[in-house]
Structures are given as C-alpha cells and as structure tokens.
Ligand binder design. Structure first.
Ligand code: PHE
Length: 435
C-alpha cells in the first residue's frame, strides 16, 4: 500500500474528480451517446437524458460516494458492514464489474489497434482485422496497460493516468470539434444529430434508452464510484458529483459534434454501434485530407477515454481482494489480471475465425447485453436498495451535509424513485428483448 499504514487516498479533491471523470468518460460518451441521440429524437432526447442524469444518475453517484467514504472500504466489505447477508449482493456487484470489464477491454483493444493503424498510415478493414488473431495481441497489451496502472496505486496509478489523459482528451476533442464544424456537411450532420423530434418523447423506449445510457455513462451502479469514494476524505459530495456529471455530459455532446458533421461530409449514412466506430468513421477518415492524422487523433482520444474507464472497473475487484481478503495490491492486481484475461477471451475470440458464439449471437454482443445492459441495471438496483434501505439514515445525512428538507428529499429519491426507475428499465429491457 502506498501509504504504509492506513488507506490509500487521492492527492486532492481535484485528483479525485479527475479520476472519476476518467471513469465516466469512456466509449459510452464518444460513440454510444451520439448515435443514441440521433436515433431517439435528436435534440428532444436531451430532455429524458437530462432528467435521467440529474434526477437518478447523480443521486446514485452521491450515494456510492457516501457509502464508500463513510465505510472507508470497497463494495463487499461495505455491504457486509451493514448486514452479514448482504455479502452475496456485494459479490454480485463485483462480479458484474469484472464481467463488464472483460468485454469492454476487448473494444478498448480494438480502439488501440486503430489508433496505431492510423498513426502508421495503414488502417485495416474491420472484418479482416477482427477475423485475424491480431486483436488478441492488442487485448493482451490493453490488459497489461490497465494492470500496470492499477498496480501503481490509487494516487500514482489511477489518479496520475487521468491527470495526464483527460486534459489531452479534451484538447483533441476541441480541436476535432472545430475541424468538423468547418466541413461542408456540418449543417446536415448537426441537423441529423440535434433537430428535435418531440413526438418521440411519447415512446417509452426512448426513456429507457435515456436511463440506460445515463447510468452507463456516469459509471454508476457497478461499485466503481463507491470504491473511488472510499479513497476520499472531505468535500461536498453533491458539488463534486455535479462537476463529474456535467463534464461527462459536455464531452458526450461534443463528441456528436465531431462524428455527425464528418459522416455527412463524407456522404455516408450514420450507422450504429460497432459499425459506426470501426467501419463508417474509418471510411470517413480515409476519404479526407489529413485523414490519417485525424483518424489517429480520434482513436487516440477514444483510447484515452476507454483506458481510464477500464482502469476504474479493474479497481473494483482489486480493492475487494485487498479489503476483504487481505491481499497486497501487487498480488491482487496479478490475480485480477489473470481472471479478466480469461473472462475476456471468449469475447476477444468472438469475431475471429473461431467465431465464438452462443445461440448464434457473438459472445461479445451477448456479454454487452447480459452484463453491460442487464447486469448494470441489476447491480445499480442492488446498490440503491442496499444504500437506501440498509445504510443508517443519520450516516447518509452526515455524508451529505445535514438532515434538512433537501437531504430528506434526497433519501426519498434514493429509496423509492431510483430503484423504481431501475426496475422499470429492467422490465422494459427484458420485454423488448422478448418481443
Ligand atoms: N462510463 C463508461 C463509459 O461511458 C463505462 C463504465 C461503466 C465505466 C460503468 C465504469 C463503470 O464508457
């Protein structure tokens, strides 16, 4: 442990905020958010999204920080300290974080590969790339990068990497926004992205899409923010969480101002998911002047975002091994590295010549659905119920600055509204999958 005695800590509130922004800003902001906006009512989608972020996502983030800071330990031990039988719930949250990381790291590694391909001026066709075994090498390299960061500790590893990468990310993003907005297709791109279609707001799937996206993007519900909060001393949790949420949202909105103008300038159709990032955008860059540099910058930015998010997910099981099982950070990171590599292997192999799948669905897509969508909602439900119902009310009040009417309103939100919304989202997601 870096401190010798006692728990590791962030070097300052700013360091904590940067690390949390590092976790929140990820693949979810830079290519998932823009497409979801475009497909769910454009500018009108910002209404359900803002509501999701500030009414549900932010309170859950504050709750996670509060549990972590007041118990000074990670998910499993924190839950156990409230009731013994909550251990199972804690383990479930940790397992979901590890499972989400296992496939998130696969996508992270593709991003790294593309950043490199563009840097050397040789972008490869996506099918040819994923059909080979080269992605496995990048999967391993990305895993090692995450491992080395987390092994270096909270301050020297996790905080340090965010202090370096987040400012770089913002600079690249701003540069790309200016560049994209001065291209010929900018107006069409923005029209597709942001023209509000208010009629879509009566469609419940637009709302569940907003809830799901908000929770995923804010990194809440998986014990990441709880763990990060456990390394925090003082400070106003609402204010800190608001800074993180606003930064997360701004970066997501700006990313759309890069992607759609470029896609429309190239005269291409905006695609969704994997196709948008790895097929459409590379095609856009290939057609442009300075396309290699732009592509390299874009994927480097995406990699910076993905890496700091992957690091935060990795810290969840690592902190659990340290706090609950008495491991040293070195031993814990080694073990978790091995576990994640094994868990991620099926996803990493799902697009190769082996075409690993289950019921005809590639393993990676299946993991995204089971863990990244359903798992995240279930874990979020667990945390909000445990925090809202089992954590001492006075303890919550202590963490959020008293027990006035605002705090009481907050407790109502956490106890009733957040679990209800998550439950509705879970049922709606299952119904959609069945229908
Ligand atoms: N927030 C990250 C993103 O937007 C993903 C993430 C989810 C990271 C949950 C940690 C925990 O890509």
């Amino acid at each position: 442990m870096a401190e010798g005695t006692g728990r590791e800590q962030w070097s300052s509130t700013a360091g904590f905020i940067l690390a949390s922004i590092g976790s929140a800003v990820g693949i979810g902001n830079i290519w998932r958010f823009p497409y979801i906006v475009g497909a769910n009512g454009g500018g009108a989608f910002l209404i359900p999204y803002l509501i999701s972020v500030f009414l549900f996502g932010l309170p859950l983030m504050v709750l996670e920080f509060a549990i972590g800071r007041s118990t000074k330990t990670s998910v499993l031990t924190a839950f156990r300290s409230m009731r013994d039988r909550l251990s199972v719930a804690g383990l479930a949250v940790v397992a979901i974080a590890a499972l989400v990381l296992s496939y998130y790291l696969v996508i992270t590694s593709w991003v790294l590969a593309y950043a490199l391909f563009f840097t050397v001026g040789q972008p490869t066709d996506f099918a040819a790339f994923t059909g080979s075994y080269i992605p496995l090498i990048f999967f391993f390299i990305s895993g090692v990068a995450v491992f080395l960061t987390v092994r270096s500790g909270v301050k020297e590893g996790i905080e340090m990497i965010s202090r370096i990468l987040i400012p770089i990310l913002v600079v690249i993003l701003l540069f790309l926004v200016v560049f994209a907005l001065t291209q010929t297709g900018a107006a069409d791109g923005i029209a597709f992205y942001l023209s509000p279609d208010y009629s879509r707001l009566s469609d419940p799937t637009v709302w569940t899409a907003a809830f799901g996206q908000a929770f995923f993007s804010l990194s809440v519900g998986m014990g990441v923010m709880l763990t990060y909060g456990s390394y925090l001393e003082g400070g106003n949790l609402f204010r800190n969480a608001s800074v993180i949420a606003v930064a997360d949202m701004l970066i997501a909105i700006l990313a759309g101002l890069v992607i759609f103008p470029l896609v429309f300038t190239a005269g291409l159709d905006p695609a969704s998911g994997v196709n948008l990032a790895f097929i459409t955008l590379p095609a856009v860059f290939l057609e442009m002047r300075f396309g290699m540099i732009l592509g390299a910058l874009f994927f480097a930015m995406l990699f910076a975002a993905a890496l700091t998010s992957a690091v935060s997910m990795f810290e969840v099981p690592v902190a659990t091994m340290i706090d609950s099982f008495g491991y040293t950070r070195k031993r814990a990171t080694r073990l978790i590295f091995g576990v994640i590599m094994l868990l991620g292997l099926p996803s990493a192999l799902s697009y190769t010549a082996l075409e690993l799948d289950l019921f005809g669905v590639p393993f990676l897509d299946l993991s995204d659905y089971l863990f990244g969508t359903l798992g995240l909602i279930i874990a979020g439900l667990i945390i909000s119920v445990v925090g809202g119902w089992y954590m001492d009310r006075t303890r919550i009040c202590d963490e959020i600055g008293g027990c006035g009417w605002q705090q009481r309103a907050y407790v109502v939100l956490i106890r009733y509204c957040v679990p209800a919304i998550l439950l509705i989202t879970l049922i709606a997601t299952l119904v959609q999958a069945g229908g």
